[in-house]
Design a protein. Structure first.
Length: 151
């Protein structure tokens, strides 16, 4: 190959070597066993966790935990978990009422089937709540399982 024809070939090889060196450097500096960037903060633990009826009941029995029923007032009055506080997620002022709560307490949150409680715990976690338990199958599953209900 003539010298003039080798120049584009050499540029391609040089570029490939530089890219390879960059990739090797990135892999060598990343934390072992992770895909994290060096110096990046570790992933945060989720502020809420989803549980089933039996685990929710165990947590409900701990009277230090607070049950938040985020269904409508009408749904709440038709039957609710004993000791629950009703804060309608869909009502105006939900965020203001939640903001008045102690962010350090454990909140057991539920709705009828799990959709509103998931949204409520998401909003609460953004407001600084770190101990949120979501009854993911909802109050209907609680009732179906024969757990205590008061009216």
């Amino acid at each position: 190959m003539a010298v003039g024809k080798m120049e584009p070939f050499m540029k391609t090889i040089t570029s490939a070597v530089l890219v390879a060196a960059f990739l090797v450097t990135q892999v060598a500096h990343s934390a072992p066993g992770t895909n994290e960037t060096p110096g990046a903060s570790p992933p945060k633990a989720p502020a809420s966790r989803k549980v089933g009826v039996d685990e929710f009941e165990k947590l409900w029995k701990d009277k230090n935990n607070i049950v938040l029923d985020v269904r409508t007032k009408k749904e709440f009055e038709a039957g609710h978990i004993p000791g629950a506080i009703n804060l309608d997620f869909m009502a105006p002022g939900f965020a203001e009422k939640v903001a008045a709560l102690d962010t350090n307490k454990v909140y057991l949150v539920h709705c009828a089937a799990g959709r509103r409680s998931a949204s409520a715990t998401d909003q609460m976690s953004k407001m600084g709540f770190t101990k949120l338990i979501d009854l993911s199958p909802g109050f209907r599953a609680w009732e179906k399982a024969g757990k205590p209900v008061e009216k």
